[in-house]
Design a protein around this ligand. Structure first.
Ligand code: PHE
Length: 344
């Protein structure tokens, strides 16, 4: 029995020596040390031994088992070490390599100006309103005192979609929509930023799509001086405290009286330069007192309330503020252009 045990040990150790993988090792472990293995079988047979033999053989059997277990463990450790080594090699990272910069977008210069305007007017108690870019003729023209065949419609050459639907030529239809929705309530105090469309040949200063911010205030006793004060305050916050405004008489069918508003040129401070075409002034908006007929059509009584309105050209302001010489830069999305504003 002793011989059997010792040769079993030799056999096991030899086989363990040859083992190639952790899976094979596991098979051998079961083969020699498992419940159905030869060692267990020999131990069971020990019942038939004499009382003197039993402890001697028992000791040998324990030694053999111990030796096989130790060999299995040693091989297992070797496999584990090799595996750890392999993973370390494979998952090695070089912490000295430069990191990957994730590119961040910036806010478009036009939208920056819109945001700034919203800030200024929200600070004066205005709310932001919106309306559709594809508009009914009624809201774009008729309710603004521009009946069909009115010659002033030519001021705003339009893209018609159908007989009655067009791309809005200005943000003024939102005035009408807002007043209608307010159903005669006062005060109305809104601005409406948005895109507008006109048939125009694109060049350095014209674009068939551009951006306006409309403003409307309606309430009892709203006067021209309120309009002037509001626009002066806006100009100072937009361009700096030294800015002055100038109002020139003008005509819009939906305001009476009407005025075009210029601000002092920030480049030359009003002395005259290339940017302001040597006038010292730059035109930025149209404005006026809301025409009584417009109030009436939108459900307000012109004997009870009055109002003022203005429409600011956003591109004009952005070009002036950032010194941009061609309006087309805003729309072609050239990253070299846009990146310059990413951190403004
Ligand atoms: N809607 C006018 C335009 O686009 C601007 C304007 C708005 C004028 C409000 C007066 C009052 O030319």
């Amino acid at each position: 029995m002793r011989e059997r045990l010792l040769s079993l040990k030799d056999e096991a150790l030899q086989e363990l020596e040859q083992v190639q993988s952790a899976a094979e090792l596991n098979e051998l472990r079961i083969k020699y040390l498992g419940k159905k293995g030869p060692l267990t079988e020999i131990m069971r047979g020990m019942g038939g031994l004499s009382a003197e033999e039993r402890p001697v053989i028992g000791q040998v059997a324990n030694e053999v088992r111990g030796a096989i277990e130790a060999a299995v463990q040693a091989r297992q450790d070797a496999f584990d070490r090799a595996e750890t080594e392999r993973r370390l090699q494979q998952e090695k990272i070089d912490v000295t390599l430069p990191g990957r910069v994730s590119k961040q977008g910036g806010i478009h210069p036009l939208y920056r100006i819109v945001q700034k305007m919203e800030d200024i007017f929200l600070g004066m108690g205005y709310k932001v309103a919106e309306g559709p870019e594809m508009e009914q003729d009624y809201y774009n023209f008729e309710a603004l005192n521009l009946p069909k065949n009115h010659p002033a419609r030519d001021m705003q050459d339009s893209f018609y979609v159908t007989e009655d639907i067009l791309m809005r030529t200005h943000t003024s239809p939102v005035q009408v929509r807002t007043m209608e929705a307010m159903k005669g309530e006062v005060p109305v105090k809104i601005i409406c930023p948005g895109r507008v469309y006109r048939r125009d040949n694109d060049d350095a200063t014209h674009s068939h799509v551009f951006t306006q911010v409309e403003g409307l205030v309606v309430g009892p006793n709203i006067r021209f001086s309120d309009l002037k004060g509001t626009l002066l305050q806006f100009a100072k916050e937009m361009f700096g405290p030294q800015t002055q405004i100038r109002m020139r008489p003008s005509f819009f069918p939906f305001t009476e009286p009407s005025a075009e508003v210029d601000v002092t040129c920030a480049s030359c401070g009003g002395d005259g330069c290339r940017i302001c075409k040597h006038t010292g002034w730059i035109e930025i908006l149209g404005s006026g007192m809301v025409h009584p007929r417009v109030l009436q059509m939108a459900g307000y009584d012109p004997n009870e309330v009055s109002g003022f309105a203005f429409g600011i050209g956003v591109e004009r302001i952005a070009m002036k503020k950032y010194g941009i010489d061609d309006i087309r830069h805003f729309y072609v999305n050239d990253l070299r252009f846009l990146r310059q504003f990413a951190k403004y």
